[in-house]
Ligand binder design. Structure first.
Ligand code: G4P
Length: 532
């Protein structure tokens, strides 16, 4: 792989809400010189970390939308993809994780592994994504570092390799010991970019004892002895295979230990990897191939669509992950779903809230395409060959609602808004076959709030929700047209169309579904549309 490609590092941060993802994102983009100051996260002045784009998430203090922040650090061109931590937005996070090559996992050291970390880790595992771990908030009372490693290994089944080791915690937190370099970085909180580092190759040296005291020195000695017996050495191949995770300790809030983690990404994070594409007719298992960063034809896929990142522009941007070849500004690229060539005159590169037009992009880059409604999540681009990148998941909604308009004259705006929001993946939109009712389906309740809020703010549509008596949808696959037509006739009240006009079967109860499946053994019912 050439140097230009090796430079690229695409990563995301995953965590349970409140573990410190927003805080560390801000510190990382500060180190990457995207922002000039820190301390904006949830500050009283109302300024938030720039990755929090939407007002709603600012009000609630949660990160809802994924965003992309591109910057240079060391000799790497980095793309940090922000992911919402809240479980109601898992869909968005899962899709974003398909576009990264490595992940930073934040753990709250007082709590250890939490529910959402487990779920996100499962997604990383599907693609064997390498993970670097940050044990955050060591400036507060924490679980012991051994307990934390044990907790991670047992719950997440991943081998931990401590790269640093904390000396004390809470008010006694003195700093971290760098295991490889045998040095101590002192926790002073003065200048995190130029921390005081002392040589600790001899722990009995007076400079060490003066710093951490005899008790913590003895404890550190004991800990280090135990670590060497209990943990595996760092192994690059195991890290790259997602079997082993290098573990760092620190405090994102006080910017302690963050630079070490970013240095690790700069030196060890993998560059762009080959990815699988399906070839026409897109259903046959045998028609697959790998497309790699060294292939010289251009290819990529859209993993995220985001509207109104900049309210002044009221625009919509599709984020495209380049997987192979080179893309030049003004190039015509082939949109595989519509089978049309599209000229891209203004490909965008993002730095938190700021954007600039980029002249080119190579495999591993993320660029933004202005979208007037042409693109959908999962769309593949190439230089003319019909192909489809695999593995971008879609989810079966579990909660269903119907929007009731306050002003019936706004029906058209509502329809347009719902259509666009569903194309962005904010919510899933279904149309009932018999009544033409528009039904919204979501995995998490908060998704509905986002839709309502955005309809109000962006489309000037006021509405309220009425719950709909569905518990799930299934995408049926029919053996032939005749079976399909008679099925539609018999179950017309359950038939809906999704936003790609595919037939869905709306489920009123699990019991109902069971009966329908028994009665129609030739029809396959899929829980999501990935398999169609
Ligand atoms: P998230 O994006 O993962 O949800 O977490 P976020 O960064 O928003 O951090 C959650 C809370 O934890 C914030 O406090 C933040 O200041 C705090 N925090 C993050 N990193 C550290 C750290 O290293 N040490 C300490 N002591 N705190 C940290 P908050 O908004 O005031 O929330 P709350 O804790 O008062 O509820």
């Amino acid at each position: 792989m050439n140097e230009e490609l090796k430079e690229r590092a695409v990563f995301a941060i995953i965590s349970h809400p409140d573990a410190g993802k927003t805080t560390i994102t801000e510190k990382i983009i500060w180190l990457g010189q995207v922002i000039r100051e820190t301390g904006m996260v949830k500050s009283k002045s109302g300024n938030y970390a720039k990755s929090d784009w939407m007002e709603l998430e600012q009000e609630r203090g949660i990160s809802i939308t994924s965003s992309v922040m591109s910057f240079h650090y060391g000799n790497r061109a980095m793309h940090l993809l922000d992911t919402p931590g809240h479980k109601d937005f898992s869909e968005d996070t899962y899709r974003t994780l398909t576009a990264v090559e490595s992940v930073l996992m934040m753990i709250d050291s007082a709590k250890g592994v939490e529910a959402q970390t487990i779920k996100l880790m499962e997604v990383c595992r599907l693609r064997d994504t390498p993970i670097i771990t940050f044990m955050n908030k060591f400036d507060r009372d924490s679980m012991s570092p051994f307990e934390l490693l044990d907790n991670l290994e047992k719950i997440l089944s991943i081998n931990c390799v401590p790269m640093t080791w904390p000396i004390g915690d809470g008010v006694d937190f003195k700093g971290v010991y760098d295991i490889k370099n045998k040095s101590i970085q002192i926790f002073e909180g003065n200048d995190p970019l130029a921390p005081t580092i002392i040589d600790a190759s001899n722990l009995n040296d007076s400079s060490v004892i003066n710093l951490i005291g005899t008790d913590l020195k003895t404890k550190l000695e004991d800990d280090l002895e135990l670590i060497s017996g209990l943990t595996h050495p760092y192994d690059e191949d195991e890290f790259l295979a997602g079997i082993q995770t290098p573990v760092f300790f620190g405090s994102a809030l006080h910017n302690f230990g963050v630079k070490e983690v970013l240095d690790m990404f700069a030196s060890k994070a993998p560059g762009p990897k080959p990815r699988e594409v399906l070839l026409p007719p897109f259903k046959d298992d045998s028609s697959k191939k790998m497309v790699g960063p060294t292939d010289n034809f251009f290819s990529g896929f859209i993993f995220k669509i985001q509207a109104n990142m900049d309210k002044r522009h009221r625009d919509r941007v599709a984020f495209l992950r380049v997987c192979s070849g080179r893309f030049e500004r003004n190039q015509k690229i082939f949109h595989c779903r519509s089978e049309k060539e599209i000229k891209i005159p203004a490909p965008l590169l993002f730095q938190a809230k700021d954007r600039e037009i980029t002249e080119y992009a190579v495999a591993g880059d993320i660029i933004g395409l202005y979208d007037s409604g042409k693109y959908q999540i999962g769309d593949t681009f190439s230089e003319g060959e019909l192909m489809q990148f695999t593995g971008i998941p879609s989810f079966a909604p579990e909660i269903f609602m119907r929007m009731v308009l306050k002003d019936p004259l706004k029906a058209k705006q509502m329809e347009k808004g719902l259509q666009q929001l569903s194309e962005e993946g904010t919510v899933q939109l279904f149309k009932r076959y018999t009544s033409n009712d528009k039904i919204l389906g979501a995995v998490g309740q908060l998704q509905f709030e986002v839709v309502k809020y955005r309809l109000e703010n962006e489309y000037n549509v006021l509405g309220s929700y009425e719950s709909y008596p569905f518990v799930a949808v299934r995408w049926p696959k029919f053996p032939d047209e005749k079976t399909k037509n008679s099925f539609i006739k018999e179950y017309d009240l359950n038939i809906c169309f999704d936003n790609k006009q595919r037939i869905c079967f709306a489920v009123k109860s699990e019991w109902d579904l069971k009966l329908v499946m028994e009665k129609n053994p030739k029809v396959e019912f899929f829980a999501n549309s990935d398999y169609l």
